[in-house]
Write a protein that binds this ligand. Sequence first.
Ligand code: GLC
Length: 722
Amino acid sequence: MDRNRILELAADMTLEEKAMQMTQLSPDMLYHLSPSNLTGPLREWKFDDKQLWETGSVLGPSGAAYLRKLQEDYLKTSRQKIPLLFMSDVIHGYVTIMPIPLAQGCTFDPGLCEEAAAVVAAESAAAGLHVTFSPMADLVRDPRWGRVMESCGEDPCLNGRMAAAMVRGYQGENPGDKGRIAACVKHFAAYGQPEGGREYNTVDMSRGVLRDFYLPAYREAIRAGAALVMTSFNTVERIPATCSKLLLRRILRQEWGFEGVVISDYAAVEELMNHSVAADALEAGEKCIHAGMDIEMMSGVYAGTLKALLEQGRITEEEIDECVIRILELKNRLGLFENPWKDADEQEEKELLYCQKHLDTARRAARESMVLLKNQGALPLGEAGKVGLAGPFACTGNLLGGWHCEGRPENTRSLGEALQEKLGDRLVTAMTEPFAWGGERDVPDGAEEAALGLKDCEICIVAAGEPEWETGEASSKTNLRLSRNQEKLIHALHAAGKRVVLVLFSGRPLEIGPVLEDCDAVLQAWFPGSAGADAVADILCGSYNPSGHLSMSFPRSVGQIPVYYNYYNTGRPAEAKADSYVTGYRDCPNSPLFPFGYGLSYTDFVCEGLKISWAGDLLKASVRVRNTGKRSGGTVVQLYIRDVSASVVRPVKELRDFRKVFLEPDEEMQVEFSITEDMLSFYDEQEKWGWEPGEFDIMTGLDSEQVETRRIFVPAGAGREA
Ligand code: GLC
């Protein structure tokens, strides 16, 4: 449909129709299903039937048959036959569940991430969905916050590359194409830094920190073409993001040129009153309209106030039309006017959902996302001897992680099943009772039973971690240790002389310092998704050599949080002098237990011989990486840059590029990185983007701590001439 037709449609709409087009409700509401589905503010709003069936989009429906019927019922009543938009939280899988995004970040493989997102899109589209509320591009540094699982970690470059890859995977060339869905990048902005890691808490940071760390990944998703942006619950500079003109008008639309749809998070419009920036619903509606916030999710402020705001001259018809036209243009971009059902197809669903091809992708993504944190010769498992398996994640399908959409733990293979297939009767299990959903926050004490039951096993795998229902939204925690009986199990097996292999299932870095010494090996498996158990078994038994590198630092203790690699140096850096008047703690080193970018392998790699030269846009960095071990494997060559002195403080290092390489034994590769002016640039005190002449440290390595450094002076005017 051409734009003129869109404008005509908008012009023909009544104000009530426009207000409902700008409102997103639950489909249950349209069918008058139990009001218990309504949470919070929706109970207060009294939508009449006409309003319900004029809402422009619905949240969370799924299934081709259901969505075809819903669209048919909707169009029967729609005066202008404007199709309904179906949006849902398909965060890391629809039925075939991929590893959680924090794990996908550890692959350092945007291509694989894009492939995984394309699988997610294909399944979602066949099930009739149009939009997914993904990627979540919030930068995260605080594992007390449960939603770190949805992010690709603590680094702006990695987060941005992965967010862009997901957008490409979901949308392809055009989200209206078959098997594609529109991406909604969220939560704009900086939701990932709630004070104290406490969910929904205040976010407050300088403009410079917002620019340096928290905005870049959203921008990368917009540059990749994300069709929607979701505003975050939190404030930015004391203004809720949902009505922030700084974020929504100046940065998103003016600076970044975003022309798509902005949708609020769940009831965030009405929550302006809780934030105490709106005395009533009228003021909440007025502020969001002035900020250009198009769709109100699951509250009724727009429906209840736009008419009055217009009559009182507090908003204009043009502001309303601006929002409505963007929504109609999104529906048009998805081809819904020509085909309101898009790809909803029950036969396709049967063929695509959970098909082997998709499970194969999930298995590759899971294998590449796991990080070997420690290995003192325990892995890979030997060819003979009994292998013990214990712990709450040994025999459960609860490996999918939060937001697992239509994925079913009951249909998900357990680690026990996957290991049984590879080890046969070598496998002996004990104390495998899983966490009881919503029950005790620990498992029964079975340490003695396990030590007895596994007495014939020289090596014991302990499948431990945090219950998946303790991760994701509304899941902040102050204690990140393994539960007491899980720690007791590890200590008991170690005390019984067993070699302990800890396999960690979690949605965040946990505080594993208390058990690390008693473990001969530690594999961070995250919540690895539908094929996660097979991926763990592939790694433990050696058919896959782990290649994951951490997307987020592991703290030594919760008291150390936030701990991250790209910190500002301070005036008293810890290395400055050997007395206590430097930045630090009396009882803990400043460094994390395991740093960003870290990951071990079953082989060894050397990264050396860094050379810097003038070339291309500006500079070229070249470094040699070699597999010095006895088996093939993958690693991640990382390029960091430090601006040694500038008009504002700069991080001690910033990831600017990375390359995942797979090498045979004795194979070596020369890895080259182009260093552009953008890579040296930052927002200065006047928020002007650019770089400043001076010395820069160029660093390469296989994690953020062990790096080789070359210092180079970059004079004014360089780059344009070179
Ligand atoms: C939730 C989340 C958001 C999600 C939305 C719709 O509260 O904050 O990430 O997309 O509501 O479910």
